[in-house]
Design a protein around this ligand. Structure first.
Ligand code: NDP
Length: 302
């Protein structure tokens, strides 16, 4: 396969590129910054990789077998009005561009698959609800972002198979939520954020990369697929397990007001969660390597 990837330079994208390379697929990195991407994917380690800035994306998308769309401004920063706007606009802008390039490709050079990221934020937040792919969307800001993000991807030509992966909190050593939490625990200052009762629908990064890979190669993967492990936990339990794996106590709760002071409205991402189950992935026969958070954390910290 020849696969064009937006957001390839990010936490998930880097792992996906490594996986595609291991299986000898051709990779086209669609980035905003060639110099940054060339540092992440040096030619000596990634022979044949194509790195393209926006003006060159058209030539990459045309002739690709598939496109994976992972780009977007990280949400784990303080949400000023400008940041909030860019969280949404960055996702819609890149998705829209990619979809236009796919749709405007000559039929014989058009990618046949689009795997596009979205997030479990689609469902809104709840301490009591349980969500699967058929659950309705929430009413908050992130739910609105996800709805528009998904709607934009679904504008791809009807001949293109679109898989929308509603991603949960991705666990891995080199980025995402865990990379932010581990230093606190290592300084003996780790503990539950907020009440600890909020749901934490997680997935190990290797499982997510395998799910995206399956979506690229298996024609049954179509429409919305939750990218979450089968056993979500409450955040309090996640922190306890992390403390145990790191042999550090998990005793210092971080109160709501401190998180709100740090992250503003963005604190809702960690203070409120949702319990999301991977019903479609199970129906499709996807095998999770990491079903329990303790095993995922152990593997990551090894
Ligand atoms: P990262 O933040 O690590 O990487 C995202 C990439 O998007 C960057 O490498 C960058 O690529 C591009 N990007 C960043 N800011 C902008 C911007 N303002 N405009 C356009 N492009 C931008 O993300 P992850 O790898 O963690 O996540 C990938 C996708 O999955 C994201 O869309 C994210 O929302 C979604 N997701 C991730 C979760 C997680 O826990 N990690 C959970 C749920 C959803 P470049 O500089 O090369 O252009």
């Amino acid at each position: 396969m020849t696969v064009s990837v937006t957001g390839a330079t990010g936490f998930i994208g880097r792992k996906l590129v490594q996986r595609l390379r291991t299986d000898n697929h051709s990779i086209r990195v669609l980035t905003r910054s060639k110099s940054k991407a060339e540092q992440i994917f040096p030619a000596k380690d990634f022979p044949g990789i194509v790195i393209a800035e926006e003006s060159e994306w058209k030539n990459c998308v045309q002739g690709s077998t598939a496109v994976v769309n992972l780009a977007g401004l990280p949400i784990s920063t303080r949400w000023s009005p400008e940041v909030k706007k860019e969280i949404k606009d960055s996702r819609i802008r890149v998705t829209s561009k990619v979809v236009d390039l796919i749709n405007n490709s000559p039929a014989d050079a058009r990618p046949t698959v689009l795997v596009s990221a979205t997030a479990v934020g689609y469902y809104g937040t709840s301490e009591t609800g349980v969500f699967d792919e058929n659950s309705p969307s929430g009413k908050d800001y992130l739910a609105e972002v996800c709805r528009e993000w998904e709607g934009t991807a679904l504008k791809a030509n009807k001949d293109v198979r679109v898989a929308l992966i509603r991603i949960g909190v991705v666990l891995g050593k080199d980025g995402g939520a865990l990379a932010m939490m581990i230093p606190f625990f290592q300084m003996f200052a780790g503990g539950p954020l907020g009440s600890g009762q909020q749901w934490f629908s997680w997935i190990h990064v290797d499982d997510l990369v395998n799910l995206i890979y399956e979506a690229l190669t298996n024609p049954s993967y179509k429409g919305v697929i939750n990218g979450t492990a089968p056993n979500p936990v409450r955040l309090g339990e996640m922190c306890q397990q992390l403390g145990s794996v790191l042999s550090r106590p998990s005793w210092l709760p971080v109160p709501d007001f401190a998180l709100k002071a740090l992250l503003g409205e963005g604190a809702t991402v960690v203070l409120e969660g949702q319990k999301v189950l991977p019903v479609r992935a199970k129906e499709l026969g996807f095998e999770f390597k990491y079903k329990y958070v303790k095993d995922a954390l152990r593997a990551i910290m090894q």
